[in-house]
Design a protein around this ligand. Structure first.
Ligand SMILES: [Fe+2]
Length: 352
């Protein structure tokens, strides 16, 4: 009897020891990949609208494309709370999900928020928990502690990757923290919000920062990301078009500075589409890729006009991949919108 109980105790100790070794080894294997500013980006994957409470099944398909970088475009979780313990628990749920943990151990990640991970649907500068919410976003993204983005208000950030001649500047705009209030539109207007002709999306400090970043940048490709769509103006939901002067200000800034190869990214809409617009300073129209709906798309299709759309919209769950061919002159781009099984829904090639 005594020998038996001693044996049991030893067995339990051994199992604990083996458990510790195994979780230590696992944590070594699944350590998040840090950002590497020297790396040439050839494949950038991105997406948005990822409900942490739903199955995280899309990650292996994204990984099949061997992305050099993943960009979160907002609604990275559905926080929707002013209670930061709840927000933190929701981030934690995604962070420990095995599929995301494995993905994170293979691919560096940057990102910006939209409304649901900011904390409130269609939220703006009046959201009371925005400062703490930003810290939780940055903790989740593992924004390097030395980044100046930690020390300022708002979540806007910039990163540079690759050597001279193959340099990519990633600019992540915060369209929530400083955004002015929108008033509801009349019911028969076909819009949710009245155009705000005087208010701001970015706020002056972010505008000044953006102009400086673009002016000083010597990068060869400029990825400019915003949670909400920039180019499309017709749909009823949130968009830069709800602040027509802010939208025009951004396009005018591109015309004024003419950064090389600008590519706009956005999310939020639970659908994917490519939009393009002709602006002064560029021979060819500049592109915006909207990739949204990693865990939920549109349940049924509906007509949604977008005079700037190129090709078809994709209402199924999706992510997108941007391939950069540095060997071509001028640099050539290909965007692919892909689904949960990595199936290709839509692709487009271009160069500027
Ligand atoms: Fe959103």
């Amino acid at each position: 009897m005594f020998i038996n109980s001693l044996f049991k105790k030893k067995l339990v100790l051994w199992l604990c020891f083996l458990g510790c070794i195994s979780s230590f080894a696992q944590s070594k294997i699944e350590r998040p990949v840090p950002l590497n500013p020297n790396k040439t980006l050839q494949t950038i994957a991105f997406g948005s609208c990822n409900n942490q409470a739903k199955k995280q099944v899309i990650w292996p398909s994204i990984l099949k494309n061997q992305p050099d970088l993943w960009i979160w475009l907002g609604d990275n979780i559905y926080g929707d709370t002013e209670d930061m313990r709840v927000m933190s628990a929701k981030y934690q749920r995604l962070k420990v999900a095995s599929a995301y943990r494995f993905f994170r151990s293979k691919c560096p990640v940057v990102g910006i928020w939209d409304d649901h991970d900011f904390g409130v649907n269609d939220g703006c500068k009046t959201y009371p928990a925005k400062a703490r919410s930003k810290e939780l976003l940055f903790d989740f993204l593992e924004v390097p502690k030395e980044s100046p983005a930690w020390r300022r208000s708002g979540a806007y950030q910039t990163y540079t990757f690759g050597p001279r001649g193959k340099r990519v500047r990633v600019i992540l705009l915060d369209a929530r923290y400083f955004r002015d209030i929108l008033q509801p539109a009349p019911k028969d207007s076909g819009q949710r919000y009245k155009p705000n002709e005087t208010g701001t999306i970015l706020g002056e400090s972010q505008w000044t920062w953006l102009e400086k970043i673009l002016t000083e940048s010597k990068a060869d490709v400029h990825i400019i990301a915003s949670g909400i769509q920039i180019i499309p103006t017709q749909h009823e939901y949130e968009k830069w078009g709800n602040f027509p002067k802010e939208r025009q200000r951004l396009l005018n800034l591109l015309t004024k500075i003419c950064p090389s190869n600008p590519i706009l990214l956005s999310g939020d809409r639970h659908m994917a589409e490519v939009s393009e617009i002709t602006i002064d300073g560029y021979k060819n129209p500049i592109k915006e890729i909207t990739a949204s709906g990693m865990t939920h798309g549109w349940p049924v299709d509906r007509k949604e006009p977008n005079q700037y759309r190129v090709g078809e919209k994709v209402i199924e769950k999706n992510f997108a991949v941007l391939n950069i061919d540095w060997e071509q002159s001028p640099v050539a781009f290909e965007v692919e919108v892909r689904g949960v099984e990595n199936q290709l829904y839509h692709s487009l090639k271009w160069s500027y």
